[in-house]
Design a protein around this ligand. Structure first.
Ligand SMILES: Cc1cc2nc3c(=O)[nH]c(=O)nc-3n(C[C@H](O)[C@H](O)[C@H](O)COP(=O)(O)OP(=O)(O)OC[C@H]3O[C@@H](n4cnc5c(N)ncnc54)[C@H](O)[C@@H]3O)c2cc1C
Length: 304
């Protein structure tokens, strides 16, 4: 519960971007909504009363409740914190709308990208019938299997989620230990997520299910039924910041990766940032510039 890195710029951009995208694509996928976070103790309650004096945090606090406010749905005997400027993105609906737009502009090809077919030429790069000045790799954790970028320090952080059904509609997004975000079907919620950097099997696990289920028992005061379980890999970096820019030693190859646990909020701002740089309208800020890992590339490839 500290203010996230670059909150002002990143949140402002994401609200603007997804609202604009909804209009442009004529689809609904962005749902601004408050989040309620129950306090675990009287100490935490006091701590947050103190924090309201902090101007930087006050902007995100809608209300502080000192006694139970949503006890009919969640366990909140000490009250809780209602946060604003929150919400969720229906990622699948967003991606589908973007894909349809690109298809209608003949700018989308579906299929596995096969690196072996990529040719580096003097004028740029070639892939099948495509010729371009640059190629942008935004392949998440698959970058570690790529000959372009195997040195980029992106590590998988596995996460598991549940889909649950409740007997009634939840008033807000509740978040304590787990988040519960509405899905399209009535009274159905996505619950997440676990964090595992050690056991990286590409599958759901009973341990993941149990962890989420136990956290739900702690949070919820109403019954729930588990409908399904899912998993994924987050592309994380050693300093938890994205990695952007020209692959050292190969000026035709651009990397856009390392969005980690926050792709939904970071992507609008940093894709714009990358675009400006590609258009020659600014530098990539040092905190996210791939050059901060330059030593890794010189060691492994001698390219820099
Ligand atoms: C359980 C879980 C919960 C999360 N919760 C949140 C959250 O609440 N908020 C948030 O902001 N973020 C969340 N994230 C993180 C978010 O999902 C990531 O930050 C985001 O997906 C990163 O986007 P990306 O496009 O860089 O990489 P990815 O989403 O990994 O996409 C890379 C894509 O490249 C494709 N690809 C790779 N190689 C090839 C190839 N050879 N040919 C064709 N395609 C290829 C892959 O199939 C994949 O679709 C969560 C992640 C997980 C796993």
């Amino acid at each position: 519960m500290t203010k996230t890195w670059m909150a002002e710029s990143v949140f402002a951009e994401l609200h603007q971007f997804y609202s604009w995208a909804e209009k442009k694509l004529n689809h609904r996928f962005f749902y601004p909504q408050s989040i309620y976070r129950p306090f675990l103790s009287a100490e935490e309650q006091n701590e947050w009363m103190g924090k309201t004096a902090d101007q930087a945090l006050r902007h995100y606090i809608q209300e502080i409740f000192l006694r139970s406010r949503y006890g009919h749905q969640v366990n909140d005997p000490f009250g809780g914190l209602l946060l604003k400027e929150c919400g969720y993105l229906d990622v699948m609906a967003f991606l589908k709308a973007v894909k349809n737009k690109l298809l209608s502009s003949h700018a989308y090809v579906s299929g596995r990208f096969d690196e072996v077919k990529l040719r580096m030429e003097l004028s740029g790069i070639r892939y099948d019938d495509f010729i371009a000045k640059k190629i942008i790799f935004c392949n998440g954790t698959a970058i570690k299997n790529s000959s372009f970028g195997s040195s980029v320090p992106v590590r998988p952080l596995k996460g598991e989620t549940l889909v649950i059904e409740t007997p009634e509609n939840l008033e807000l997004i509740y978040n304590r230990g787990v988040y519960m975000v509405p899905m399209r079907e009535i009274n159905t919620y996505k619950v997440g997520a676990t964090y595992d950097s050690k056991f990286l099997t590409a599958d759901i696990t009973s341990a993941g299910r149990e962890e989420l289920q136990n956290k739900l028992y702690e949070l919820l005061n109403i019954r729930f039924k588990i409908i399904s379980q899912d998993w994924g890999f987050r592309p994380t970096t050693p300093d938890r910041k994205p990695i952007l820019g020209m692959l050292p030693g190969n000026e035709n190859v651009v990397i856009f990766n390392g969005l980690g646990t926050k792709g939904v909020s970071l992507a609008p701002y940093f894709s714009g940032h990358l675009l400006n740089w590609l258009l020659g309208e600014g530098e990539i800020q040092s905190e996210v510039n791939i050059n901060r890992f330059k030593s890794l590339f010189s060691k492994s490839t001698g390219a820099v």
